[in-house]
Ligand binder design. Structure first.
Ligand SMILES: [Zn+2]
Length: 59
């Protein structure tokens, strides 16, 4: 199973795509970072792959 991640372009914090998918929009968990990360920031092909395999990602 491939893990998709999004890297904050401000602080480099890596966020798991499945966490983003659940929240759609979330504040970057990085220390003192005010960036807002969105599921839509993932590349289109990554989102597509994620949805095709989303059953594997649900806990
Ligand atoms: Zn950040």
């Amino acid at each position: 199973m491939k893990i998709f991640t999004l890297t904050c372009d401000r602080c480099g914090t890596i966020v798991a795509a499945n966490e983003l998918e659940q929240r759609r929009v979330m504040k970057c968990p990085g220390l003192n970072c005010q960036s807002v990360l969105q599921f839509e920031d993932l590349a289109a092909d990554e989102r597509e792959h994620f949805f095709e395999n989303r059953n594997e990602y649900s806990i």
